[in-house]
Design a protein. Structure first.
Lengths: 121, 110
């Protein structure tokens, strides 16, 4: 059974830093592209970042470019999102998401339960 | 990276069919067959309902179907049921090697 379990969310001050983790199980992480998708309270889904299966390529939304970094450790079956200099508008539930295939264009077929990040002083 | 355009709400009676549209551009929906649809119930994670425009994940009811014409993709739900009441989001791959979501459509079963 595929499971994605996020951790690391919480309250962070504007300009601070936070690292989200996503523990993957039930599948071979290195075979699939992985993404982070967020959802602000009462709002819709927003794509944040995608990383290729090997980890050699990353793609980011303009809204987080230069501030957030997606990475993966396939040997530890873990996906990460390093959030630097967060802003109030980054407040959201962050979902870890598995691609259907190794293609970065692939649809997301499994989602974690989400972890809430609140950016506030 | 403008969001894809979806109607804010669509409603129908049990047993009826409804269609949700998702309009983008030739740089996303119109340019690739990488359109997917997600269902989200309140407080829950999204669930994949359709991928690559018209492919259903294994085990999903055939009451759900997808299509695309030009820059607009559509999700049709036939034989509407109470459990179909949820938010629905479309998504597409883009020419910038990014993903983009629609604003979401609230489906109400009357």
């Amino acid at each position: 059974e595929v499971q994605l379990v996020e951790s690391g969310g919480g309250l962070v001050q504007p300009g601070g830093s936070l690292r989200l983790s996503c523990a993957a199980s039930g599948f071979t992480l290195s075979y699939y592209a992985m993404s982070w998708v967020r959802q602000a309270p009462g709002k819709g889904l927003e794509w944040v970042s995608t990383i290729s299966a090997s980890g050699s390529s990353t793609y980011n939304a303009d809204s987080v470019k230069g501030r957030f970094t997606i990475s993966r450790d396939n040997s530890k079956n873990t996906l990460y999102l390093q959030m630097n200099s967060p802003r109030a508008e980054d407040t959201a539930v962050y979902y870890c998401a598995k691609g259907r295939t190794s293609l970065i264009a692939a649809a997301i077929d499994y989602w974690g339960q989400g972890t809430l990040v609140t950016v506030s002083s | 990276q403008s969001a894809l355009t979806q109607p804010a709400s669509v409603s129908g009676s049990p047993g009826q069919s409804i269609t949700i549209s998702c309009t983008g551009t030739s740089s996303d929906v119109g340019g690739y067959n990488y359109v997917s649809w997600y269902q989200q119930h309140p407080g829950k994670a999204p669930k994949l309902m359709m991928y690559d425009v018209s492919n259903r994940p294994s085990g999903l009811s055939d009451r759900f179907s997808g299509s695309k014409s030009g820059n607009t993709a559509s999700l049709t739900i036939s034989g509407l049921r109470a459990e179909d009441e949820a938010d629905y989001y479309c998504s597409s791959y883009t020419s910038s090697s990014t993903l983009v979501f629609g604003g979401g459509t609230k489906v109400t079963v009357l």
